[in-house]
Design a protein around this ligand. Structure first.
Ligand code: MD3
Ligand code: FE
Length: 216
């Protein structure tokens, strides 16, 4: 990205450091919301949302799909990134340029100018869906951040430490919030409490979360 654009973006982007390495950009995805909704719709036509199984064999409550060269998958064989959608046997849908540029802009403003995502996991939460505390450690380079984009219904994010036993802080995540998780925050435990019922004017009865990752 051109240097003068980065300087200009820093002037009008609110940055909140919620922890060392974790930068919240409130509402950063607002101008992209309809593009994201339409993109998710196109991606889900090609690679439908599905509830994947954990290695233990239980279905996750969150429905997932992916776009980009690699997609995150889980089944009896474990957690991994795959270039093909195991449901169709075909490559994941391409990452729309509007998705990629949003994530790269957010990472750049937060101090990660070299971020080059090759995977975008799309999570869909219906009321009651949750994500138990876990670490994201299936990516090759932990120096690269993860960029998360929250869309639709609000959720309560749980933020722990580098071990499972540490206490979890609760952080509300709202529609169009973007968070860049890098540096010392990259391997912290995190989760999402069960989603409360609601209706969002653009995203309906769901919360979506996009996570952009440099996986390979
Ligand atoms: C902190 N997703 O897909 S996004 C996930 O809202 C995941 O769907 C949650 O955790 C969701 O793996 C949380 C916020 C998030 C994403 C990745 C992180 C926080 C993170 C990686 C490291 C530390
Ligand atoms: Fe995660």
């Amino acid at each position: 990205m051109e240097a003068s654009w980065i300087v200009a973006m820093r002037l009008f982007t609110e940055l909140k450091e919620i922890a060392p390495g974790a930068v919240l950009l409130p509402g950063f995805a607002l101008s992209a919301a309809l593009t994201l909704r339409d993109g998710i719709r196109v991606i889900a036509k090609e690679a439908p949302f599905r509830r994947m199984s954990t290695p233990g064999g239980l279905p996750m409550s969150v429905s997932m799909t992916n776009c980009g060269p690699l997609g995150w998958v889980t089944d009896r064989a474990g957690y991994r990134y795959s270039a093909v959608d195991p449901v169709s046997g075909r490559p994941w849908p391409a990452m729309p340029e509007g998705f990629r540029s949003l994530a790269v802009s957010a990472a750049t403003v937060a101090g990660f100018a070299e971020f080059a995502p090759d995977a975008c996991l799309i999570n869909r939460y219906a009321p009651g869906a949750k994500m138990s505390p876990h670490q994201d450690k299936d990516e090759r380079d932990m120096q690269q951040p993860i960029v998360s984009v929250s869309l639709g219904l609000p959720a309560v994010f749980q933020f722990g430490g580098l071990t499972r036993s540490e206490t979890l802080e609760r952080i509300p995540l709202e529609d169009c919030d973007v968070v860049v998780w890098g540096g010392p925050a990259r391997l912290r435990y995190h989760g999402i409490l069960p989603l409360k019922m609601g209706n969002h004017p653009v995203f309906g009865p769901y919360r979506y979360n996009l996570t952009f990752r440099a996986a390979a």
